[in-house]
Design a protein around this ligand. Structure first.
Ligand SMILES: Cc1cc2nc3c(=O)[nH]c(=O)nc-3n(C[C@H](O)[C@H](O)[C@H](O)COP(=O)(O)O)c2cc1C
Length: 207
């Protein structure tokens, strides 16, 4: 091939590259989360919250789920609705209770986003036996900070069927701020709980 033809091909490839999304190899939300639609955003240290995100995604008919640390402003602000889920690792903490990428996102990214009127549903994953005074506390932090940013929270659930002493995920007196799952003690209930929750969200007009 002539040198001029080689150079033309190289220039074409380089310009196409310049417009390609930067993904660093991590799974990214598709256009459903980018422009309208519902995106599931979670974070996880040992995989349990990802497992529950998968149950929720399947129950909703096959949504995408991605780590909140990989989210772009366009993906969050552009979505019609968000399902957000966190585990709790920082027992008893007032702030940054999750111990995952949520901590940075909630305090460094969220303040500069426009979230007014955004539909949000929260899920939490914790251990009600070993951490009975702090069950799913990080879910309560997601609820508090997203509510304060003007989000409308859907999908509150009853605390019946759980055995814990206290939880910062309890709001409005006696309800969890969303779906709570316990993969350590009640892993066999999570999939059914996710299915019931999605049915509830549909009834509430979340989708
Ligand atoms: C050091 C440590 C601290 C934890 N603190 C809490 C807690 O305060 N509240 C709670 O509900 N669960 C707590 N857990 C349990 C985890 O949140 C639970 O195992 C969860 O499923 C982990 O989710 P992940 O695999 O998505 O990270 C803790 C676990 C460990 C090992």
């Amino acid at each position: 091939m002539k040198l001029s033809a080689c150079l033309a091909l190289f220039a074409l490839a380089a310009s196409a590259d310049a417009f390609a999304p930067i993904t660093n190899g991590a799974p990214k939300a598709t256009s459903t989360a980018l422009f309208g639609g519902v995106g599931i955003w979670y974070s996880s240290s040992t995989g349990n919250t990802e497992t529950v995100a998968d149950y929720i995604a399947s129950a909703a008919g096959g949504l995408d789920y991605n780590d909140i640390g990989d989210a772009t402003t366009e993906e969050i602000e552009g979505a019609d609705a968000l399902i957000v889920g966190a585990p709790t690792w920082h027992t008893g903490a007032d702030e940054q209770r999750s111990g995952t990428s949520w901590d940075e996102w909630l305090y460094d990214t969220l303040p500069s986003l426009n979230m007014d009127g955004k539909k949000v549903a929260v899920f939490g994953v914790g251990d009600q036996q070993s951490y009975t005074d702090n069950f799913c506390d990080a879910a309560g932090e997601l609820y508090d900070l997203l509510s304060a940013k003007g989000c409308k929270i859907y999908g509150l659930t009853s605390t019946e069927g759980y055995d814990h002493q206290a939880s910062k995920a309890i709001v409005e007196g006696d309800k969890f701020c969303g779906l709570m799952c316990d993969e350590d003690n009640q892993y066999d209930l999570s999939e059914g709980r996710a299915q019931s929750w999605i049915a509830q969200l549909k009834d509430e007009g979340f989708f």
